[in-house]
Structures are given as structure tokens and as C-alpha cells.
Design a protein. Structure first.
Length: 76
């Protein structure tokens, strides 16, 4: 179907959908949804995962180089 938009509806949030969040630098109390908090955690975890993958790749590369140098030193 061309031009069809996805249906949506406004829902009244339940009490367990909302979370109070104290901001570190301010004296404000932030009220947000549980979904937003979880999405932010997922984004942070994805960034951390990417960093860990890069560190793992660099570690493997460095290990291969060390093994090559050790093998060369054994030959000579």
C-alpha cells in the first residue's frame, strides 16, 4: 500500500511505566518512562560492546605480532 501511515494511539501510562530519576548536577526530579531508560541503557551497552570488540581485535593483532617475533628469535 502506498502512502499508508502506521496507526497509533495515545495511551495513558500506568504507574509502573514511569520512573523518577534524580539528575546528578541539578536539584530536579526527572520523570521519564521505563522504556526510555532501557533504550538508553541499550545504547550505552552497544557502544561499550563496540569498544570491547575493538580492544579484542587489537589484542589479537598484537598477540600475533609478538608470536611472530618470538618465532623469528627462535630461528636465529
Amino acid at each position: 500500500m502506498c502512502g499508508a501511515s502506521t496507526p497509533f494511539q495515545f495511551k495513558t501510562p500506568r504507574n509502573d511505566d514511569l520512573i523518577e530519576q534524580e539528575l546528578e548536577d541539578d536539584d530536579f526530579l526527572n520523570i521519564t518512562t521505563n522504556t526510555l531508560i532501557l533504550e538508553e541503557r541499550i545504547r550505552k551497552m552497544e557502544v561499550e560492546k563496540e569498544i570491547l570488540n575493538q580492544v579484542g581485535y587489537l589484542s589479537k593483532y598484537m598477540c600475533k605480532n609478538v608470536n611472530k617475533k618470538v618465532n623469528k628469535s627462535k630461528i636465529t
